[in-house]
Design a protein around this ligand. Structure first.
Ligand code: C2E
Ligand code: MG
Ligand code: MG
Ligand code: MG
Length: 286
């Protein structure tokens, strides 16, 4: 396992240096500079209710437009920020943008919109986490027509008292919790019984295993039986084809997200797209 994560880390760092031809220390400076110059922004990817084919949620995704390097993928800079103590500032930055956008989302998107935000497990264990969340909640529009969901990867489900109390506390604040990228982490399934979570996001890898010719995908089917027994609502990510969507719908997946419907969009484009999509003026781009 240590070897594997070492290999993965060096692959990521290799990719990182491909994107930023600077030395190690200046990447840290670049992120800080980028935040000061507002080079980071947020896009929202629609989430569709599989039963009525309407947009009922969005996932906020951070973007970085670097002045000389162009778009830097979040997988790269988030990972770097996590390992260099910058993820808290970056998340605070994102929460500030989302809180501003929330006013427009609350009035221009369907009522009760689920607004999902990715929270790093590293942030969860810091001193500032609860203050950051309180500050975010207090800056949301009132009355609040939004349902906030925090997406946390499996490695955030570490079996400790602190994480458990953080989860209980989040739910007391009215925030729902989703396990992100389910099936790619440690998958110590015991946490599913110990932590109270609301949604499980099935990783894109499982969705990719569904194709037109395959009638069964045993691992995915097992995961879906499990979530059914645990009464967990599921979200499938990375839905790219109509046949994948159909399979997931027939197997009880409540929410669908992927390029079949839409990529992540800027705020105005999202509102426009949602208006048309929910009136069936546009359908999935098949
Ligand atoms: P994630 O949370 O699993 O987000 C979903 C990723 O899958 C997004 O990539 C999205 O654009 C991509 N995706 C969605 N539908 C499809 C599809 O149909 N096909 C394919 N091939 N991809 C699809 P993105 O935006 O590049 O983000 C990658 C990861 O970076 C996210 O994975 C998340 O772990 C992290 N990330 C992004 N923004 C934030 C953030 O604000 N905070 C934190 N902590 N992490 C973030
Ligand atoms: Mg996510
Ligand atoms: Mg995900
Ligand atoms: Mg993912």
């Amino acid at each position: 396992y240590t070897l594997l994560s070492g290999v993965l880390l060096s692959m990521l760092l290799g990719a990182l240096f491909h994107y930023i031809h600077l030395n190690y220390h200046s990447i840290e400076r670049e992120i800080i500079r980028g935040m000061r110059h507002n080079e980071f922004f947020v896009e929202y990817q629609p989430v569709i209710d599989s039963q009525n084919n309407k947009i009922i949620g969005v996932e906020a995704l951070l973007r970085w437009q670097h002045p000389t390097e162009g778009r830097i993928p979040p997988d790269i800079f988030i990972n770097y920020a996590e390992s260099h103590g910058l993820i808290v500032s970056l998340t605070q930055y994102l929460l500030r943008i989302v809180a501003i956008d929330a006013h427009s989302l609350a009035y221009n998107m369907p009522k009760g919109l689920k607004l999902s935000i990715n929270i790093s497990p590293y942030h969860l264990t810091t001193q500032s986490f609860r203050d950051d969340v309180r500050h975010f909640i207090s800056s949301l529009p009132q009355p609040n027509f939004l349902n906030i969901v925090f997406e946390i990867t499996e490695r955030g489900m570490i079996d400790n008292e602190q994480a458990m109390s953080d989860f209980m506390w989040l739910r007391q604040q009215g925030i729902e919790v989703a396990i992100d990228d389910f099936g790619t982490g440690y998958s110590a399934l015991i946490y599913l019984e110990k932590f109270t979570v609301d949604y499980l996001k099935i990783d894109r890898g499982f969705v990719m295993s569904i194709d037109q010719n395959t009638l069964t995908t045993p691992v995915l089917d097992t995961v879906l039986r499990l979530t059914d027994q645990l009464k967990l609502k599921t979200v499938a990510e990375g839905v790219e084809t109509a046949s994948q969507a159909e399979y997931l719908r027939q197997h009880g997946v409540a929410f669908l997200q992927g390029f079949l419907y839409s990529r992540a969009l800027g705020l105005d484009a999202l509102i426009d797209f949602t208006y048309k999509f929910n009136r069936q003026i546009v359908s999935a781009n098949v």
